[in-house]
Design a protein around this ligand. Structure first.
Ligand code: C5P
Length: 218
């Protein structure tokens, strides 16, 4: 079989990364978390004191970074990044750098190069619409905002952290708005994507249905 690609897009907290990872594992494909790339740029800008609103400087920073896929997260310039790119601050800053056309051009090119040489399950916001418009299967994964906030809340409690459900809902709503209303590659369902609503469905059910959809395309 030649390279097979699955694009999974959707709003924050819909469960894309968990689902994408499981589908990738099932078929032995590479999982590509494109959100981690935007997050890594935001994190590095914070570390290096680069002005997050300076588009030219942030684009130059994006160009200078070397990304490597890593089962536990992402490696950037040989440094493994995991929890430090998942903080609320980095989440918000990632959605700011994601509005910059230069940053998107740099990352889209890197993401396309990855998918050219291997079969992938890639998740993000613009995979089906911009990064892999010829993907074998496109999924738009969503869930109600209440459910997405509740999942995030439970995840944080599970990690022994405290959280406020209303604040989490507000953060997610704000990020959705940013992602849907930006000028460059806004979050939207590709015309040929299959809509999968995960509200009230278990992880196993969702993964199984996507595996079946993949099989139909193979
Ligand atoms: O998916 P995740 O929540 O980790 O992504 C972090 C942020 O990166 C998103 O809120 C979005 O603004 C941006 N992003 C994007 N395009 C992608 C992946 C992520 O704009 N393909």
């Amino acid at each position: 079989m030649k390279q097979f690609s699955v694009a999974i897009d959707g709003p924050a907290g819909a469960g894309k990364s968990t689902v994408a990872r499981k589908v990738a594992d099932f078929f032995g494909f590479t999982y590509v978390d494109t959100g981690a790339m935007y997050r890594a740029i935001a994190w590095k800008a914070l570390q290096d004191g680069v002005d997050i609103n300076n588009e030219q400087a942030i684009t130059a920073l994006a160009e200078s970074l070397h990304f490597e896929l890593d089962p536990k997260g992402i490696r950037v310039n040989n440094l493994q990044l995991t929890d430090e790119i998942r903080t609320p601050q980095v989440s918000t800053l990632a959605s700011t750098v994601a509005t910059m056309v230069g940053v998107r051009q740099v990352l889209v090119k890197k993401q396309q190069e990855i998918a050219q040489i291997q079969s992938v399950v890639m998740d993000g916001r613009d995979i089906g619409t911009h990064v892999l418009p010829q993907a074998n299967l496109k999924i738009f994964l969503t869930a109600s905002i209440e459910e997405r906030a509740m999942r995030r809340y439970k995840e944080l409690l599970h990690k022994g952290l405290t959280a406020d459900l209303k604040t989490l809902q507000e953060e997610i709503r704000h990020r959705d708005e940013n992602d849907q209303n930006r000028v460059h590659a806004p979050l939207r369902q590709a015309e040929d994507a299959v809509l999968v609503d995960t509200t009230n469905r278990s992880l196993e059910q969702v993964v199984e249905s996507i595996i079946q959809l993949c099989r139909h395309q193979m």
